[in-house]
Design a protein around this ligand. Structure first.
Ligand code: AVI
Length: 322
């Protein structure tokens, strides 16, 4: 394997890729799946029948819309800040309810993609024009720093879709603690957590027969090819999913079918793979009440209430600062 390039890496993606592919065991960071193609593939995943998370959370929001909206309300009105808003499909159920109840609020969707935010703003203008929308482009991290500035009235912070599940517990606590730091005593965090369930249901959600999740996972290699002049042949890797019911952790891998060497020109790197060697690409953590309570406690939060679907597939929790 060659030495790292003498010059600085051209991007965080380049540096993280270098680190991950020169580590043992090899890994890549799942956040890099999401370029334009990765975003589209994730949209497709959310529509797959096997990916129960979206439908379950949608049902929770639809069935409990009135109670959830009531819990957000405040005499002086509130700021509804959504981290990782995406297409806002699920959020619109709540926005509609808040509008119908005549509550005073501003909706501040945050997303890394300006394109996604433009689409969301446009669709809201058409579908629920009464909503006052102020889009915020940026990473979660940058936005968390800015969150505390919204302190003139109650803040309701919304994180849907079990995005927290892509973080190891230590990082999840850090993420929650950063949100807690920005929260006043009246503020609320409303967040989705996918629940432990029949292991087969979980494996099926991350291993669809149509191969959409495989393409999503392999998009990491495609991005390396496109942006770092990599020479991965994606057919020489298989998508592999595992789920450990003890820890509640689903893990995605790409496994090399043969012994091979892959050149990544912009990194000055030749990566050697043994036959059946793996690259770990993503974790999708599943939770139960005791893990969520523990995470909250570690982060300076407490669970006030939770909403669940009939089969306890998914839960949305309301947290307050301790
Ligand atoms: C975004 N995140 C919560 C998804 C998940 O369930 O971990 C990403 C995903 N990976 C494979 N399918 C969906």
């Amino acid at each position: 394997m060659k030495n790292p390039p003498e010059t600085m890496f051209e991007s965080a993606f380049a540096e993280d890729t270098y680190k991950g592919l020169t580590s043992y065991p090899k890994y890549l960071l799942s956040k890099y799946i999401y370029d334009e193609k990765g975003d589209k593939l994730f949209q497709k995943i959310m529509e797959m029948p096997e990916y129960y998370l979206t439908a379950c959370e949608f049902d929770i929001l639809r069935i409990n819309a009135s109670a959830i909206a009531e819990s957000f309300s405040s005499d002086k009105g509130f700021d509804l800040i959504e981290l990782g808003a995406g297409d806002g499909k699920k959020t619109k159920v709540l926005l509609q309810e808040l509008v119908e109840k005549g509550f005073k609020f501003d909706y501040l969707p945050v997303d890394i993609s300006q394109h996604v935010l433009d689409q969301l703003e446009l669709s809201l203008k058409e579908e629920i024009p009464q909503v006052n929308v102020k889009v915020q482009q940026g990473t979660y991290f940058k936005t968390l720093e800015k969150l505390a500035e919204y302190d003139s009235r109650k803040k309701v912070i919304l994180v849907l879709g079990s995005n927290i599940g892509n973080l190891l517990h230590e990082k999840a606590v850090e993420f929650l603690a950063n949100i807690a730091k920005a929260m006043g005593k009246d503020d609320m965090l409303f967040m989705g957590f996918d629940q432990k369930k029949n292991p087969q249901t979980i494996l099926d959600a991350y291993n669809d027969p149509a191969g959409i999740t495989e393409e999503f996972n392999k998009n990491l290699l495609v991005r390396i090819n496109n942006e770092l002049e990599g020479e991965f042949d994606t057919d020489k890797f298989i998508h592999w999913e595992t789920y450990n019911p003890e820890t509640g952790t689903a893990r995605s891998f790409l496994v090399s079918k043969t012994r091979q060497t892959v050149n990544i020109k912009k990194l000055g790197l030749e990566v050697n793979f043994d036959a059946w060697e793996s690259i770990h690409t993503e974790i999708s953590q599943k939770y139960d009440d005791s893990i969520v309570n523990w995470l909250a406690d570690e982060a300076g939060l407490m669970v006030e209430r939770s909403f669940s679907d009939k089969e306890n597939c998914f839960k949305n929790y309301i947290f307050r600062r301790k």
